[in-house]
Design a protein around this ligand. Structure first.
Ligand code: SF4
Length: 279
């Protein structure tokens, strides 16, 4: 982890990050994005998976490919009864490659899945419970040390498989921030993550209040990228994790449906009123 990442994580933990007025303004904007999107779309039910290990496999397979291709690869693994730690451990590399072929870069991804299971076996006796019982920072560092695991994959695994409170930054997040002149698209991953984590603090307090008072969840309206409820999307989690979970899902909804790489559909987008220059 680079020094900026370490400093931001430390500052975040200790709550001592001092923000400039410009940073405060950016934070407020992001909180408004969350409120606006959640109001129109409701819960997105991420991640569509039946187990923590399925989330992990999906996080690897989704690198550089569309989710529809990942679904085909996951279906192959499920049909072969290999979508488990034990399954990936025992299957031959060649067979694994052919099963996950639809997800692209299948040779590389098969080796990486095997590497993850070898790491889990060696360090945690093959048990995800033991891995996810470790402190967030420790798991993050260990995941980042594995071949083929960058910050987005590590954080997806932490947040969606482990229910650890880490916001996931993806290409859609960068595109929206860039187009709305909040941060350049090439901004440091940790800077973006920190900005979102700070921005969402009031939403987390509201979520805590709702949970404490048994408020019903909103029903999803138009479904940005909402998935049907799954074992993983309905698992118990803290308000902090829930808000990071939703925000990432909502952003993917904007990216997939409106904020496309070319020809964004700003006129129909729920974030249009926040676009600089739009009154
Ligand atoms: S599509 Fe939406 S998020 Fe993207 S630039 Fe336009 S208004 Fe902003």
């Amino acid at each position: 982890m680079n020094s900026l990442a370490k400093r931001l994580l430390l500052d975040s933990k200790q709550g001592i990050l001092i923000l400039s007025p410009a940073q405060e303004e950016k934070r407020n904007q992001l909180l408004q994005y969350y409120s606006a999107l959640y109001r129109v779309w409701g819960p997105q039910h991420w991640w569509p998976a039946q187990s923590r290990f399925e989330v992990i496999v999906g996080a690897y397979l989704t690198q550089n490919t569309a989710w529809t291709n990942v679904e085909l690869a996951l279906a192959n693994l499920r049909e072969a009864d290999l979508l488990s730690v034990e399954g990936i451990r025992k299957v031959s590399l060649g067979k694994l490659q052919s099963l996950i072929r639809p997800s692209g870069y299948f040779r590389q991804k098969a080796v990486r899945l095997k590497t993850f299971v070898a790491f889990l076996d060696e360090k945690y006796g093959g048990l995800l419970d033991r891995l996810f019982a470790q402190p967030t920072l420790q798991i993050r560092e260990e995941l980042l040390n594995l071949s083929g695991v960058g910050p987005e994959t590590a954080d997806s695994i932490l947040l969606y498989a482990g229910n650890h409170p880490v916001f996931v930054v993806d290409a859609y997040t960068r595109r929206i921030l860039d187009r709305h002149c909040i941060l350049p698209g090439k901004a440091d991953y940790e800077e973006i993550r920190e900005l979102f984590q700070r921005a969402l603090e009031p939403a987390i307090r509201q979520q805590e209040f709702m949970l404490a008072n048994g408020a019903p969840m909103l029903e999803a309206g138009f479904r940005g990228t909402a998935h049907p409820p799954s074992v993983m999307s309905t698992s118990a989690r803290t308000a902090l994790v829930q808000v990071y979970n939703e925000m990432h899902g909502l952003i993917v909804g904007v990216g997939k449906n409106y904020c496309k790489k070319s020809q964004p559909k700003c006129d129909d987008c729920p974030l249009q009123r926040f676009l600089p220059g739009v009154k």
